[in-house]
Write a protein that binds this ligand. Sequence first.
Ligand code: HEC
Length: 139
Amino acid sequence: MARRTPPTGLRRALLAAACTLSLTAPMAHAQAQATVDLKKAAGLFATHCSECHSVKEGKDKKGPSLFAVIGRKAGVVPGFVYSDALRQSGLVWSPAVLDRYIASPAGTVPGGKMKYDGLAEAPDRALVIAYLTSVSGPH
Ligand code: HEC
């Protein structure tokens, strides 16, 4: 006589698999959220920064090239004419310093010439910095 239900062993295995899935699915979801959404990050850079900045080496626009900007001293791109304020600021573009500057360019470097009001949302700043890090290459 043919059995219509799967043998007990198989049923148990299926049940175990279903349990494992329901346990790991939320974890996988959390991990996906923790990894940076670089597409969104690139989009934010395009919206907020690319009018004035390129991440290509040697390509200055209204602002200097941001190629490999992470860890770089402020005001050192050759050939770009910076404000005295930024050149003499003594800043180094660590992620934390960048975060302050992007939040409030005028507040961080008074007398600077980056005509940008600042990106108020901290998560968006973190994404822009992640984007800049991703194009900075190894040091
Ligand atoms: C309207 C044009 C404009 C926009 C928009 C703009 N910047 Fe700038 N940025 C400048 C200019 C001009 C400077 C040079 C400032 C100075 O000399 O005081 C500058 C300087 C910088 C520097 C210092 C670079 C160095 O070599 O020391 C960083 C970092 C920077 N901008 C990041 C950003 C980021 C990130 C965004 C987007 C969130 C952005 N900027 C948006 C014009 C702009």
